[in-house]
Write a protein that binds this ligand. Structure first.
Ligand SMILES: Nc1c(NC[C@H](O)[C@H](O)[C@H](O)CO)[nH]c(=O)[nH]c1=O
Ligand SMILES: CC(=O)[C@@H](O)COP(=O)(O)O
Length: 164
């Protein structure tokens, strides 16, 4: 299991650029909010731990993961952010709806990374059951929100350095 073998939730601050000069957008899905709030908490704690300032963390909520794409686009268009983290949790139900939601948000976020100048970090759990989501939002497999925050800092830094 990839997560079990490679848990980025524990990080070495000495290997991560300071986040103090970066502005972060975070778009959070309200579906499965027990999970998404755990992911947001992990992301926010890691950003602050890496010197981000609270005023530079802009959070918006959207109804579900499918709406993360539009929320991220509007965040980019209006909030002068250096990077965006999208947070969602999609859990398999009885039907194929899971497949279409996952594919839609994945392709949409990919498109934003291609079409805009702002890196969008994919923190969307796509799990078979709720226990898998619990395990990855502050449970035995760490917190994907923490991992997303570290990725966001690194990508904001890459964007800054590649603009010089
Ligand atoms: N079943 C889940 C959903 N479904 C809702 C969609 O994301 C979307 O809001 C709806 O289709 C209206 O456009 N969303 C999740 O985030 N997680 C789920 O498990
Ligand atoms: C991902 C979904 O939309 C899914 O959880 C909805 O459940 P169902 O497929 O049973 O309608």
């Amino acid at each position: 299991m990839a997560t079990a073998n490679k848990n980025l939730s524990e990080y070495d601050k000495n290997t991560i650029p300071s986040a103090k000069d970066f502005r972060f957008g975070i778009v959070v899905s309200e579906w499965n909010d027990k999970i998404t709030e755990g992911l947001f908490s992990g992301a926010e704690k890691a950003l602050l731990d890496c010197d981000a300032t609270p005023d530079n963390i802009i959070r918006w909520n959207v109804p579900g993961s499918f709406e993360l794409v539009y929320g991220a686009k509007r965040m980019i268009d209006t909030q002068q952010v250096d990077t965006v983290i999208v947070i969602g949790c999609v859990i398999q139900g009885e039907t194929k709806h899971f497949d279409f939601v996952c594919e839609g948000v994945t392709q949409g976020i990919k498109d934003l990374n291609v079409q805009t100048d702002v890196p969008v970090i994919f923190c969307v759990l796509t799990d078979n059951n709720e226990q898998q989501s619990i395990d990855r939002s502050g449970g035995v497999h760490g917190n994907k929100g923490t991992e997303a925050a570290i990725a966001a800092i690194k990508m904001a830094y890459l964007r800054q350095q590649s603009s010089k």
